[in-house]
Design a protein around this ligand. Structure first.
Ligand code: 5GP
Ligand code: ZN
Length: 120
């Protein structure tokens, strides 16, 4: 399947990746795109998304696992570039029980302050 077919015309993050909806870009390469969350929940709140449309972590499999590994390499680079020496949290909400609101796989990077101990 070509990447063109993996674009979902109804998907907010697909539109952001294409530039159809503006975003504050932090990083981009052939495989992924990172931008600042519009409603930040920490001083640094960045979203990292694969450029191909996939709904969530539930769609990660042996065919696309290298892409997710690449995204984590990018996450570490972004965290260093953002100066998050004190640490940071990476979250991916998956499905309704996790309150996933945008059905395009994304990883939140949260940092720049001491985060709360509770995660759920
Ligand atoms: P979720 O709840 O699915 O884990 O996270 C979706 C995130 O996308 C939320 O933190 C929300 O603030 C962010 N978001 C929703 N719409 C937009 C938008 O148009 N632009 C940006 N930059 N972030 C958005
Ligand atoms: Zn999408």
């Amino acid at each position: 399947m070509s990447d063109v077919l993996k674009y979902d015309e109804n998907c907010l993050f697909c539109k952001i990746i294409r530039g159809d909806i503006p975003s504050a870009k932090v990083y981009e390469d052939d495989l992924c795109y990172a931008f600042r969350d519009i409603n930040p929940q920490a001083p640094t709140h960045i979203l990292v998304v694969p450029k191909v449309h996939m709904r969530s972590v539930a769609e990660v499999n042996r065919h696309n696992e290298a892409l997710v590994g690449h995204i984590f390499t990018v996450i570490a680079k972004i965290a260093a570039a953002e100066g998050l020496e004190g640490g940071y949290r990476v979250i991916s909400n998956c499905g309704p029980d996790a309150c996933q609101s945008v059905p395009h796989l994304h990883f939140h990077i949260l940092g720049g302050t001491k985060l709360g101990e509770r995660m759920g």
